[in-house]
Design a protein around this ligand. Structure first.
Ligand code: 4AD
Ligand code: MG
Length: 467
């Protein structure tokens, strides 16, 4: 038989019948009757399977006997028009190679338990399911769309460090990085841990954000973005928090808070449009299978102008709602950090569209945010989304040296550790702004999934670092 190159299923399904082809992939199902077997083959290139038709005879029976759900095979044959409904073409098999058999008794992906909870326990196998195939393709496409968006606008992709000696958010939620012997920690004369003896000669952690270094980039290169993993040791076991998640952080010189909001809105709309334009097969699958309003929700975000709302006004609306009988688990008053129930009330019930909330109290926000004249609020902005709550957090940055130093002192943070950062305000300071988009929060929105553990291949959460 003549050697031919493998064609991906996605491309096979778009081809005209007639040619000799070779497909390779994993068997989704095998069924048939006495004369013919039908194999649904998937290779991960698309949500769709290609149907393989095999004549049963003395030659093919032994091979067919080895093939069941999960097995990996290669099929050479002719691409023919399909008589069955559901597909335009199928492969009439001439030669089948079995690369790997799959014991049906032990294969972890059985029809009987496909709950998301169960699939998380077999996260090493779940990419083989239709659902996770769709999610992981979407994840990859969205990562590409992010790079494409910023690249087309001339932003520089800046690689910020993952190991750091500073707590960018000042929230103390960092994972420590050390090579010290934990059984025998070196101590100084006062009994404190002697980090001078540690690998970096000081205490270091995994970063919670690339922002501080991003600001160094923006105040030199103009517009930058980072896109990489970030780490938070916050012990929140919620469907929206991961200990390791990916964040996109653009940072722009000469942008004020309004420019920042405009960019955030345009950015998200672009990503959602991109998904609808390039990934409709996967989105439609998720829509039909789990979330019948998904496509409509995605379209509605593109077609609407986001609300821009002062925090103070937001609180007034929530207080009013509480007065009128809406039950919030956490009581509302000026100064509180909004809970996801509050965010979702504003977005889903009150306005019925995304909201960009600005002018937060300075005491619930990070040290670097630009302080307003009132002395109480800062130029922060959170973009709040239906079903998700906060999807983006950002701000205009405090560009004034004295104000920044004062705030760092006020919060009892170490100025010494941040001298390099403060230098941006000492030497040629400029107005600038930026934000961070939680990549998995975006994916929750785009896939309609309910739990953030289901939009990252191998989730890291409290008490869980499997796989
Ligand atoms: O609001 P956050 O903490 O802001 C920052 O880190 C800023 N330095 C960003 C900036 O201005 N450059 O985080 C930004 C976003 C949140 O809006 C949320 O979408 C996501 O990151 N996020 C998380 N996603 C998953 N799991 C967690 N534990 C997250 N914490 C934040
Ligand atoms: Mg935030």
């Amino acid at each position: 038989m003549k050697e031919i190159l493998r064609t991906k299923v996605k491309d096979l399904l778009a081809m005209q019948a007639g040619s000799d082809v070779l497909a390779k992939g994993w068997v989704r199902t095998k069924r048939g009757n006495k004369e013919i077997a039908f194999i649904a083959l998937n290779d991960g290139s698309t949500i769709k399977n290609i149907q393989i038709v095999v004549d049963k005879n003395a030659d093919t029976e032994p091979v067919l006997a080895q093939i069941g759900t999960g097995a990996c095979i290669g099929v050479q044959g002719k691409l023919v028009e399909s008589v069955g409904s559901g597909q335009a073409v199928e492969i009439k098999a001439e030669e089948i190679t079995v690369y790997g058999t799959c014991d049906p008794m032990r294969y972890p992906l059985q029809k009987k338990d496909t709950s998301f909870e169960y699939l998380r326990t077999v996260a090493h196998m779940r990419p083989r399911t239709n659902t996770f195939g769709a999610i992981l393709r979407l994840r990859s496409q969205m990562a590409f769309a992010i790079h494409e968006y910023f690249h087309s606008k001339g932003f520089v992709y800046l690689h910020t460090p993952l190991i750091t000696a500073s707590d960018a958010e000042g929230a103390g939620q960092m994972f420590q990085v050390t090579t010290l012997d934990l059984e025998n920690v070196p101590r100084d004369k006062k009994g404190r841990i002697d980090y001078g003896k540690d690998f970096f000669g000081k205490q270091t952690s995994l970063t919670v954000s690339g922002q501080l270094e991003g600001e160094l980039g923006a105040t030199a290169l103009g517009e930058i973005y980072t896109f990489g993993p970030t780490f938070r040791a916050e012990n929140s076991n919620t469907p929206r928090h991961l200990a390791e998640f990916w964040m996109v952080e653009p940072e722009m010189a000469f942008y004020d808070i309004k420019d920042n909001m405009d960019l955030a809105e345009d950015f998200i709309k672009h990503l959602v449009s991109y998904a609808l334009e390039h990934c409709m097969d996967d989105i439609q699958f998720l829509n039909d299978r789990y979330d019948p309003e998904l496509v409509e929700r995605l379209r509605s975000v593109i077609g609407t102008e986001f609300v821009r709302l002062e925090y103070t006004e937001g609180i007034r609306i929530l207080e009013e709602a509480a007065k009128n009988g809406v039950q919030f688990e956490y009581p509302v008053s000026w100064g509180i950090d909004l809970q996801s129930e509050h965010e979702r009330y504003l977005v889903e019930k009150h306005f019925g569209k995304p909201v960009i909330l600005t002018g937060y109290p300075k005491d619930i926000k990070a040290f670097y945010m630009k302080q307003n004249e009132d002395g109480k609020t800062v130029r922060a902005m959170d973009v709040l989304f239906p079903k998700i709550g906060e999807i983006i957090g950002g701000s205009e940055r405090e560009a004034d040296l004295a104000k920044l130093e004062h705030r760092i002192d006020e919060l009892h943070m170490s100025r010494r550790n941040l001298e390099w950062y403060i230098d941006t305000r000492r030497f040629g300071s400029c107005p600038h702004s930026g934000f961070g988009l939680g990549f998995e929060r975006l994916l929750l929105f785009i896939t309609g999934m309910q739990n953030i553990r289901d939009v990252i291949p191998f989730p890291r959460t409290p008490k869980n670092a499997e796989f």
